[in-house]
Design a protein around this ligand. Structure first.
Ligand code: AMP
Ligand code: ZN
Length: 466
């Protein structure tokens, strides 16, 4: 398996720290708002990455944080007249609603900054003790950037360039403009925690270093995030973790490219964003997921009505194939597989090899999706005449192997059952109106066979699954 490592800027063979295990971390959202479609790109891609490692037999520890204390959260809380914690809790729930809709499984651990305070304070103290950080009279603590020899190594920026580009701000407490805050003294009315440097709260970068160390140790396998996090966020994480732990922080760095709109990065600050909630209302959640998989994760991807409609249509083809194979596995000829079906089943290993080869090549989901469609086309063709129950069932299983790794075809299960049941109930009501008792009984039996029991109540017909 090869991964493009942003640190070395080349594809490298993936060698885990511990055989059969992967420790991966993705920087998660700051919870003050609904996520937008740009934010969904890393969330979906790193979910696929994790699923693929699991499919290849790895045991994965996947940590994704929630930044639940920050200027934007505090601002929002003041606007709404509620506490910062209430804002954060609300948007964490909203995050899970969208993640579930997008078919994204919860991470192994979702730590929150506010629940990692002891570790954060400890880490800051370690950095001070080692001479990598200094408190100032106002109660802030800064990282002494120039002392860390590798600063700039991830984003490939020589320290001189960073120095000349650094913004000189009015804060004259810093020794150097490149120094960044590890701890911020509390301003009046802000949430705060007690620390050796007075009341305050952590800077943004330090939480990721503290969480990595807390849940996965000094060195992890893969650190992920959007391209925009390389500098300064990830550069600062490296400086903090490596200075404190004296060991490499992450073996591989993976960064997704931007989701653009009219060739500009979709972002809150530019105001050119669509929330996942709104996009899902317009197109459905699953087409958004499919759309993200249709391009390689490092290339820019343009969000447009056409691209979402294409994703909808492609998904529809997958669902049609699934429904058809599923129907034939119940209603096809007895026995099987027949020769045509067997011919496709005989190619299963070669399809798997090509699918794996695509994913092994730096997670090329676009090529993996192409292989999936080849499998679907071959299966459709094989069952177009004289399909057998066993042949259709085996082909369905094969298709689902690939969609499971990509986390597709999760969307319609409940919905289609509901729709089917409601439609049958309506037909039965009509039959009863027509006094066609035999037909009404037949429909009741059909529902019974599906495991559905009808209850005639004052509010009308209700149903439940057995
Ligand atoms: P933010 O809300 O800016 O803190 O971003 C949260 C996550 O979404 C980070 O991993 C960002 O890199 C990522 N992200 C934000 N905007 C985009 C975008 N337009 N395309 C891809 N990733 C993005
Ligand atoms: Zn981070």
């Amino acid at each position: 398996m090869e991964i493009f490592n942003s640190m070395t800027r080349r594809k490298e063979e993936f060698v885990p720290i511990e055989e059969g295990k992967v420790k991966m971390y993705a920087c998660g959202p700051t919870v003050y708002n609904l996520i937008h479609v740009g934010n969904a790109r890393p969330i979906i891609l790193f979910d696929v990455l994790r699923r693929y490692f699991e499919y290849r037999g790895y045991e994965v520890t996947f940590v994704q944080n929630f930044t639940d204390v920050d200027d934007k959260i505090i601002k929002r809380a003041n606007e709404e007249g509620i506490t910062a914690q209430e804002v954060a809790e609300k948007y964490i729930q909203e995050y899970f609603t969208d993640a579930k809709g997008l078919g994204v499984r919860p991470a192994t651990i979702h730590p929150k900054a506010t629940e990692t305070m002891d570790e954060i304070i400890n880490l800051v103290q370690t950095l001070i003790d080692k001479g990598y950080a200094y408190p100032v009279p106002s109660g802030d603590v800064y990282y002494r950037t120039l002392k860390f020899k590798g600063y700039g190594k991830l984003s490939h920026q020589p320290i001189e360039d960073l120095m000349s580009g650094a913004r000189i701000d009015v804060n004259d407490e810093k020794e150097n403009p490149l120094d960044f805050a590890l701890w911020k003294a509390a301003k009046p009315g802000e949430p705060y925690w007690e620390s050796p440097w007075g009341k305050g709260r952590p800077g943004w970068h330090i939480e990721c270093s503290a969480m990595n160390r807390k849940f996965m140790g000094n060195t992890i396998d893969i650190h992920c995030g959007g391209e925009d996090l390389q500098f300064p966020h990830h550069e600062n994480e490296i400086a903090q973790s490596e200075a404190a732990n004296g060991e490499p922080f992450a073996h591989y760095w993976m960064h997704n490219g931007f989701l653009n709109i009219d060739n500009k990065k979709m972002s809150k600050s530019l105001g050119n964003f669509f929330t996942v909630r709104d996009a899902a209302a317009a197109y459905g959640y699953e087409p958004i997921r499919f759309f993200m998989l249709s391009a390689h994760y490092r290339t820019p991807l343009n969000y447009s009505r056409e691209s979402l409609e294409q994703a909808q249509a492609a998904l529809e083809r997958l669902y049609t194939a699934k429904d058809n194979l599923s129907f034939l596995s119940q209603n096809g000829a007895e026995g099987g597989p027949n020769a045509a079906e067997q011919a496709v089943l005989d190619q299963a290993d070669s399809f798997r090899e090509r699918f794996d080869a695509a994913m092994d090549d730096d997670f090329n989901t676009a090529d993996a999706v192409s292989v999936l469609f080849e499998v679907v086309r071959a299966a459709n063709k094989a069952v177009s005449e004289n399909a057998t129950k066993a042949g259709a069932a085996a082909l369905l299983k094969l298709v689902l192997e690939f969609t499971d790794v990509l986390g597709l075809l999760y969307g319609k299960e409940e919905e289609s059952l509901d729709e089917k049941v409601e439609a049958l109930i309506a037909q039965r009501q009509q039959a009863r109106k027509d006094r066609n008792w035999a037909e009404a009984d037949r429909i009741r039996d059909e529902l019974k066979a599906m495991g559905i029991t009808l209850m005639d109540t004052k509010q009308g017909v209700q149903w439940k699954k057995d």
